[in-house]
Design a protein around this ligand. Structure first.
Ligand code: GDP
Length: 290
């Protein structure tokens, strides 16, 4: 079956359909209720949950199960297809020269993600460089430098310069020998104007090939507003969800992907540079429903 590791409650409901070949309205309602419960618990935005579950319900009632398919497998396939449709495949990342801009709130995990992605690209045989433009958060420069050295990749930052746009420009010139430039930016605690102005200016200077929004898995219902603001400011090509090693399931990423019409690029699963995975829909969807 397409989904493993389903939550016990949804699994129980589905297992009760095991012997059936047809679904009645009550069966479908029960499954849909269970899915809604799981998704809301996973912090998926309510409107999105409703949209998804309406579509699942409609299809489960209207479509004919293909011959030989049990009711359980039929409904599970619909759930999977609808969720994959929403979340999509991982963000395309060609293994070639490129500039990637990371955006997000303070503490979302941008600096850590920059190092993780640099490590990931270096394992693929490319030569990445991290450019640290966060002049706002004390300690950001030291942290980025240390993580870059752990990832064994080039690094540029300038603790004596407080102009992030200038640092970005100089950083690109200083790391010319690299082929993948990952530009880390400053976050703020909230979506202040200063943050948006700054990221727009950096974006205009570095002219990135990809703009990734970094989000903490625990972002919850705040994901929508955040995704909209960054989408308006710079346009979001992909989302990175961090801290998936914690208890949060990262449903906010679904909201962000939906709002920005993008996809998920990477998952962060720990604090070290190796704790990074390319997004893969099956595991993530199972986790949301679990
Ligand atoms: P920034 O302000 O967006 O640059 O965020 P940082 O990269 O400094 O991350 C904030 C905190 O979250 C740091 O303590 C990181 O070690 C931690 N962190 C980042 N990504 C992950 C992750 O995937 N898992 C865990 N457990 N911690 C993470």
């Amino acid at each position: 079956m397409v989904l493993d590791d389903l939550g016990s409650s949804l699994r129980g409901t589905l297992d009760r359909l095991q012997g059936k070949t047809r679904l009645d309205e009550e069966d479908v309602e029960e499954v849909v209720r269970e899915i809604q419960r799981s998704l809301i618990q996973a912090d998926v935005e309510i409107d999105l949950v409703m949209e998804l579950s309406d579509e699942i319900e409609r299809r489960a009632l209207e479509e004919e199960p293909p011959g030989g398919t049990t009711a359980r497998d039929f409904v599970l396939r619909i759930v999977y297809e609808e969720m994959v449709d929403l979340v999509g495949d991982s963000t395309e990342l060609p293994l070639e020269s490129q500039t990637i801009l990371l955006a997000g709130l303070q503490g979302s995990g941008k600096t850590t993600t920059a190092a993780k992605m640099a490590w990931w690209f270096s394992k693929k045989g490319l030569r990445p460089a991290i450019i640290q433009t966060d002049t706002f958060r004390p300690g950001a420069y030291d942290q980025a430098e240390e993580m870059a050295s752990r990832a064994e990749v080039s690094f540029y930052g300038d603790p004596d310069n407080d102009d992030p746009v200038e640092i970005a420009r100089e950083g690109l010139a200083a790391t010319e020998e690299a082929d993948v430039h990952i530009v880390d930016t400053a976050g703020r605690h909230a979506l202040e104007e200063g943050l948006i102005d700054e990221i727009e200016a950096i974006d205009a200077t570095v002219d990135p090939d990809r703009r990734l929004l970094v989000m903490d898995a625990a972002i919850g219902q705040g994901a929508k507003d955040q995704a909209q603001r960054f989408e308006e400011a710079i346009g979001v090509d992909g989302v990175v969800i961090t801290k998936l090693d914690g208890t949060a399931k990262g449903g906010g990423a679904l909201t962000a992907v939906n709002e920005t019409d993008s996809s998920i690029a990477f998952l962060g699963t720990g604090e070290t540079v190796q704790d990074v995975e390319r997004f893969e829909p099956n595991g993530f969807i199972s986790r949301l429903l679990g």
